[in-house]
Design a protein around this ligand. Structure first.
Ligand SMILES: Cc1ncc(COP(=O)(O)O)c(C=O)c1O
Length: 387
């Protein structure tokens, strides 16, 4: 008899350490949690209302594999406005959130044994997804220097060997808040062009920037013929994490194949959910500005307080909604995260959840109301004073 086991590649996947910490806090309602990457506020009413009305009209049927035509047109208008280059519906597909877009991108271009390079530390899914397809993944680590996270471009270039099939860049980066420098883009794109490497830009945090309307992107530099794929999501900028809706920007020749892959993964996104997304794109500019202003204030609040704590190193995030910081003397971030839950009821994500490059660090999602951030900061200060 054969044992009922999944494929080896599946057995080899890392378990999410964010989940491990969250499970350690299960059953306690006194914990202040900052471990997941989402706001503590619900999706704004104008988006919820649009979806609710569509639902009540009975819009409960299958839609096109690539998403509704009017939503893809709204996406095209939005992206063209944002990046200043035409991005037509012939390059756009609606996906079941950003994580599904990452999986579809990998399914489009990655084969067993392929080599992928990822800039990290990074949200674990970005590394594990190519591994599900039996690819080998190398992480090029970001480094803290002069109070910010930086990418060693030479080191990345060295990793981009001619046999590299895929490069994944997530900017702004989860967990560090590192943002790609506009000056580095051309060299990276050029190297990918020369080697035939696919460049996957995970842009889910692109609107969560503090000094510009959107993060520097590869999209304005790339031509539609380039091997460049963008993955994105409604989750973060419009506070729609639970809606599970995202999108992809692909070269036009990939679109038909992508539609087939979507058919065999999820078939399509729900119609009424897409109606909410259309409202977000068509009427959400002012709302995104509000989110950004709130996040800028939260960043200053949390980073300022962390830096004032003895032994804490907290580089400045240039985008996103995370503080990635180090507590002096911490070599085991999982043990520290569990101790923080036990001792003071503070829920943070351990840096090791983002790969070995993140060991020794902790991640705080500051997309919370100021009172909640303040209460959490008090608990951390209390814990550190007792150490
Ligand atoms: C780097 C990164 N990419 C993609 C996603 C996917 O988000 P979602 O699946 O909610 O769209 C996340 C979510 O936290 C993320 O941090």
């Amino acid at each position: 008899m054969f044992a009922p086991t999944p494929r080896q590649a599946v057995q080899d996947l890392r378990l999410s350490k964010i989940r491990e910490v969250a499970n350690a806090g299960l059953g306690r309602d006194d914990i202040l949690t900052f471990w997941f990457g989402e706001s503590d506020q619900p999706t704004p009413e104008f988006i919820r209302r649009a979806a609710a009305e569509a639902l009540m009209q009975g819009r409960t049927y299958y839609t096109h594999n690539l998403g509704r035509a009017d939503l893809r047109q709204s996406l095209s208008d939005y992206l063209t406005r944002l990046h200043g280059v035409p991005i037509g519906p012939d390059r756009l597909a609606v996906t079941s959130a950003g994580v599904n877009a990452l999986m579809l991108a990998a399914q489009l271009v990655v084969s067993p044994g392929d080599r992928a390079v990822v800039v990290g530390p990074i949200w674990p899914n970005v590394v594990e997804i190519p591994k599900i397809l039996s690819a080998e993944v190398e992480v090029v680590p970001l480094e803290p220097a002069q109070g910010r996270w930086r990418l060693d471009l030479d080191r990345l270039m060295d990793a981009l060997t001619p046999d590299t099939r895929l490069l994944v860049v997530n900017s702004p980066n989860n967990p560090t808040g590192w943002m790609l420098s506009p000056d580095d883009r051309a060299a990276i794109l050029e190297r990918c062009r020369r080697n035939g490497t696919w460049l996957l830009c995970d842009d889910v945090y692109e609107r969560l920037t503090f000094d510009r309307p959107t993060a520097p992107s590869f999209l304005p530099l790339a031509t539609p013929e380039d091997r460049v794929i963008g993955t994105n999501s409604f989750s973060k900028a419009w506070r729609m994490t639970g809606w599970r809706l995202g999108w992809m920007v692909v070269p036009p020749p990939l679109l038909d194949g992508l539609g087939v892959l979507i058919e065999y993964n999820t078939s399509c996104a729900p119609d009424f959910v897409q109606e909410g997304a259309k409202a977000a794109l068509d009427h959400g500019d002012a709302y995104v500005s509000e989110v950004r202003a709130e996040l800028a204030a939260a960043r200053d609040q949390v980073l300022g307080a962390l830096r004032a704590m003895p032994g804490v190193e907290a580089p400045q995030p240039d985008g996103g909604f995370y503080a990635f910081f180090k507590v002096g003397g911490c070599a085991d971030s999982m043990a520290l995260a569990k101790d923080l839950i036990r001792e003071v009821g503070l829920g943070l994500a351990p840096g090791s959840a983002f790969g070995p490059e993140g060991e020794g660090w902790l991640r705080w999602c500051f997309a919370a109301r100021p009172e909640k951030n303040a209460a959490g900061l008090e608990r951390l200060a209390d814990y550190l004073s007792r150490r």
